[in-house]
Design a protein around this ligand. Structure first.
Ligand code: ADP
Ligand code: MG
Length: 367
C-alpha cells in the first residue's frame, strides 16, 4: 500500500502557558512512500518522527495537510479503520495474558463482516507467531520472556490483522546491542516476506541505513532529504545531513574558496572549479583521505589505530571544528606512528562544501 503525505503539519499549543510559543512538530511534509518498501524515518530526538507516525496511524490529528493510503484519503479516518499495525518502543503487552492471548487479542475485537471464527483466528495467530519465530512460546506470560522475545510478540500482534501499513516507533531501543542487531535483521526479513509497507522510526542512523530501502531525514520538524541510504550518504544536500549520517562521522573544517581552489588553514587542498570565492564549511568523509608524501593537506598525527582490514589515523588540525580528525585508510598503507605530521590527498567525491550561512551544499565538478 502506497502512503502519501501531502503538506502534513502538526502544531502543538504551548505547554508553558506564559511563553505562549507553539511547537511546530511537523512542518509541511510532502512525500510518497512506495508500496511494499521499508522506510526509515530518521532524525535526532524531538524532530517530529513520532508525531509523523501517530498522524499516519490516526492516533493524532494533523493541524493541516492530508494522508492517503493508495488513492484513499484517510486523514479523517479513525485508527481502527485504517488497517495499520503499530509497535512501540515499550512493547505494551498485556501482562496477565499468555503470548497466544496477546496475539489473538486484536482479532477478537473485530466487528461485523471482519469477525472471524475461533479456528480462523488461531490459524492467523499461529502464522504470525511463526513469522517472528515465537510459536514455541505461545503458552508463556510476557514476564517469562526476554526483551527481544517480548518485542517479537508485539510485532506478531501488530501483524496478525494483516495491516496495510506497519508502523514501528523506535522498536529496538529497549534491547541490548546484540539483540538490537539481530531483531533489526528479523524485521527486515519479515518485511520482505510479507511485503507490507513499513515505516520504521529511529534516531540511530546506522540502524536506519542498514535496513531501509529509503531514508527520510528530519530536523526540527522539517524534512531534510529523502533517498536510498547510500545515495543520501554519498550526496548530502546540507551540512546537517552530512553530519548525521556515517560512523565515524564526517570531519568538518572551516575553509574558503579562492580562485577555484579550496583552502583549509593555509593550504590549497583541492580544485573546486566554478565555485565563487567565499568562506565555507568543508566536510570530508573519513574514507576520503589518502596518505601521500606530497599530499596537499597536512594534519598532526596523534595515533594510528589498526583495525584489521582498515587503519584509522587519529589526527588534529587547527581548522577542524571537531577536536579530532579521523580518517580510515587501507591497512596496507603504512604510516609511521611516530611521525609528527601526515600529508593527505583528498578523494574529491568524498569532499563536500557548504555555504556558511545556509549550510546548503555547494556543488563543484569532480574530474
Ligand atoms: P521525536 O519522536 O522525533 O523524538 P516527537 O514527534 O515526539 O519527536 O516530538 C516533536 C516535537 O513536538 C517536540 O518538540 C515535542 O516536545 C513536541 N511534542 C510532541 N508531543 C507533544 C504534545 N502532546 N504537546 C506538546 N508538544 C509536543
Ligand atoms: Mg519519538
Amino acid at each position: 500500500m502506497k502512503v502519501v503525505l501531502q503538506n502534513l503539519t502538526k502544531i502543538f499549543p504551548s505547554r508553558n502557558k506564559k511563553s505562549g510559543e507553539e511547537v511546530v512538530a511537523v512542518n509541511d511534509f510532502t512525500f510518497e512512500i512506495p508500496d511494499g518498501k521499508l522506510i526509515g524515518l530518521l532524525g535526532p530526538s524531538g524532530c517530529g518522527k513520532s508525531t509523523t507516525l501517530y498522524m499516519i496511524s490516526g492516533l493524532q490529528k494533523p493541524t493541516g495537510g492530508k494522508i492517503f493510503f493508495g488513492d484513499d484519503d484517510v486523514t479523517e479516518l479513525p485508527t481502527e479503520s485504517r488497517g495499520v499495525g503499530l509497535v512501540f518502543q515499550n512493547y505494551a503487552l498485556y501482562p496477565h495474558m499468555t503470548v497466544k492471548q496477546n496475539i489473538l487479542f486484536p482479532l477478537q475485537n473485530l466487528k461485523g463482516a471482519d469477525k472471524m471464527s475461533k479456528a480462523e483466528m488461531l490459524k492467523r495467530a499461529t502464522e504470525a507467531a511463526k513469522l517472528v519465530q515465537i510459536d514455541n512460546l505461545m503458552e508463556r506470560k510476557p514476564s517469562e520472556l526476554s526483551g527481544g522475545q517480548q518485542q517479537r510478540v508485539a510485532i506478531a500482534r501488530a501483524l496478525v490483522k494483516m495491516p496495510r501499513v506497519l508502523l514501528l516507533d523506535e522498536p529496538l531501543s529497549n534491547l541490548d546491542a546484540r539483540l538490537r542487531l539481530q531483531t533489526r535483521e528479523e524485521i527486515r526479513r519479515i518485511q520482505r516476506e510479507t511485503g507490507i509497507t513499513t515505516i520504521f522510526v529511529t534516531h540511530d542512523q546506522e540502524e536506519a541505513m542498514s535496513i531501509s530501502d529509503m531514508i527520510v531525514v528530519m530536523k526540527l520538524g522539517v524534512l531534510q532529504q529523502i533517498g536510498a541510504p547510500q545515495e543520501v550518504y554519498d550526496d548530502p544536500h546540507n551540512l546537517f545531513v552530512a553530519k548525521f549520517l556515517g560512523t565515524p562521522p564526517i570531519n568538518v573544517f572551516e575553509g574558503a574558496v579562492s580562485g577555484g581552489k579550496l583552502i583549509i588553514g593555509e593550504q590549497a587542498v583541492l580544485d573546486v572549479p566554478g565555485v565563487a570565492d567565499q568562506d565555507v564549511y568543508v566536510g570530508i568523509r573519513p574514507e576520503g583521505f589518502i596518505p601521500e608524501e606530497n599530499g596537499p593537506m597536512t594534519c598532526n598525527l596523534s595515533s594510528v589505530e589498526v583495525m584489521g582490514r582498515d587503519s584509522s589515523l587519529v589526527t588534529t588540525h587547527t581548522a577542524s571544528l571537531n577536536p579530532l580528525v579521523r580518517s580510515i585508510i587501507d591497512s596496507d598503507i603504512k604510516v609511521d606512528p611516530a611521525a609528527e605530521t601526515v600529508n593527505f590527498s583528498l578523494k574529491p567525491h568524498k569532499v563536500f562544501i557548504f555555504n556558511k550561512e545556509t549550510e546548503d551544499r555547494i556543488y563543484f565538478e569532480v574530474n
